[in-house]
Design a protein around this ligand. Structure first.
Ligand code: CA
Length: 233
């Protein structure tokens, strides 16, 4: 799943149309990943660092609006372009109200779609490198402070988030106890070293809640690191 990221997330369930769109976007140099359901789209979206989303409204397991509503509620500002049926002006109004940036109506001329994508990317500014950190199926969005495992939301407290962020920044290297305490607690540290163990315990509990394999590993006498499966002791 960690490889399934690119510039544009194309959410479209009509295979022929999706193929044509994908081809045209490829030719413009975009890396495109496709989803054909709302669920798949959310999962891919949360695991990636997308520049834009092209979003069909009528999907097999729901509509594009629910996708819009969810990702905007989670704090993402990634440009979303709706692809709506001709005449469905109510769809366009609803989509724009829910946080979509623009729309094209089917059937569209490919040149128009590409121009709208370029315009959306210009308005959004360039890529925000380093905003998304990842180890295996654990993904952390620094800007929105959202964490996902396997595409599912993981709710962390502030210190747990800071700790995970630090471990992800150093992944796969080991981070010493001293560094973690200093960087996560700093002035808030009152000499109780157990505070780190407690926080690591909570972090593991939350990350492994849905049966995920252990990812936070103890390196005895040194500190902690993230590793996909296996032990490092
Ligand atoms: Ca459709």
């Amino acid at each position: 799943m960690s490889e399934a990221t690119g510039d544009i997330l194309l959410v479209e369930d009509e295979p022929d149309l999706a193929r044509v769109m994908e081809l045209a976007l490829h030719r413009e140099g975009y890396r495109v990943v496709r989803a054909d359901t709302v669920e798949k789209a959310l999962q891919l979206f949360r695991c990636g660092d997308w520049r834009a989303v092209l979003l069909d409204v009528m999907l097999p397991d729901g509509d594009g609006f629910s996708f819009c509503r969810i990702v905007r509620a989670e704090g993402f500002s990634t440009p979303i372009l709706l692809v709506t049926a001709r005449g469905a002006w109510q769809d366009r109004v609803e989509g724009l109200d829910l946080g979509a940036d623009d729309y094209v109506t089917k059937p569209f001329v490919m040149e128009e779609l590409l121009a709208r994508v370029r315009a959306a990317l210009r308005r959004a500014g360039g890529l925000e490198n380093g905003e998304v950190l990842r180890a295996g199926d654990v993904v952390l969005h620094r800007k929105t402070r959202q964490v996902y495992r396997g595409g599912q939301t993981v709710t962390l407290r502030r210190k747990e988030f800071d700790l995970l962020e630090l471990l992800l920044l150093q992944y796969p290297w080991v981070v010493s106890r001293e560094t973690l305490i200093e960087r996560v607690w700093g002035m808030d540290f009152f000499g109780d070293e157990n505070i780190l163990e407690v926080c690591i315990y909570q972090l593991r509990r939350k990350l492994e809640a849905d049966g995920g394999f252990p990812i936070v590993h103890t390196v005895r006498g040194i500190g902690y690191c993230l590793r996909e499966g296996g032990s490092v002791e």
